[in-house]
Design a protein around this ligand. Structure first.
Ligand code: DX5
Ligand code: ZN
Length: 230
């Protein structure tokens, strides 16, 4: 099993985002998780395609755009042009889930659905062929720094079973990503429940002292160390 660590820049220092992005990747992270909130679908307002375009030259790592916006379709081409590699959205926020997945793929990006804590996994059943990523929220979307909802572990096991059964019959691999409250202390248990891609915002960007240039290295090393035991 290959594990991916995707620091969420929601908890980074926005005054020096390019540097933050380059630093976490140099410290061993795999993806940059990019949280887009619209103060409508979720009660917070963050960053859009302009910022995605601005950080793009600072890394060659995949940019994983998590859209917490409604409507979804209008903004998809903008993120593709801004250099996004993966685009995920919440099925409740799109009128036509199959069409939105196709739109993302037509724009050359990998596509994924995001499941809120109360959203049933059945949303994926009829669109498996268009999914590259399934993202389970382990907090309610809108803010960094919340606690992992324990019931997500059972949901992860359920999602893992669906994805594995699909891989068996289709030969296609879908990634299983987890987002919210992931820390050094719980990442192993989350991996054992079936996740292969881990978003971590406050755990990475809140680690250590600002003055310590090695702090991202240390925390990403600890996350990987915990995963090595799985
Ligand atoms: C929450 C966002 C998350 C958030 C995670 O709505 O989707 O990506 O940044 O932050 P932590 O890891 O601090 O829970
Ligand atoms: Zn996110």
């Amino acid at each position: 099993m290959t594990f991916r660590i995707a620091p969420s820049i929601l908890s980074a220092d926005f005054a020096k985002l390019g540097e933050e992005v380059a630093n976490v990747i140099a410290s061993g992270a795999d993806w940059i998780h990019f949280d887009v909130m619209d103060n409508h679908y979720v009660p917070n307002l963050t960053i859009g395609p302009l910022v995605c375009e601005a950080i793009r030259p600072h890394t060659t790592a995949p940019i994983d755009v998590h859209l917490m916006v409604k409507p979804v379709d209008r903004i998809v081409p903008d993120f593709a042009k801004a250099g996004a590699n993966v685009i995920t959205f919440h099925p409740e926020a799109s009128e036509h889930v199959d069409r939105t997945l196709a739109l993302i793929r037509d724009h050359g990006c990998q596509a994924g659905l995001v499941f809120n804590p109360a959203t049933p996994l059945t949303w994926m059943d009829h669109v498996m062929d268009k999914l590259d990523v399934v993202l389970l929220m382990s907090v309610n979307p809108g803010y960094g720094g919340q606690s992992f909802i324990p019931g997500t572990l059972d949901k992860l096991r359920e999602a893992r079973a669906k994805i594995d059964a699909y891989a068996e019959r289709s030969g296609r691999k879908i990634l299983l990503e987890i987002d919210g409250g992931v820390k050094v202390g719980n990442i192993a248990e989350i991996a054992r429940a079936g996740a292969d891609t881990f978003v971590a915002g406050s755990a990475v960007f809140g680690a250590g002292k600002d003055s310590d240039p090695q702090r991202y290295n240390s925390v990403i090393g600890e996350l990987r160390g915990a995963l090595a035991g799985v």
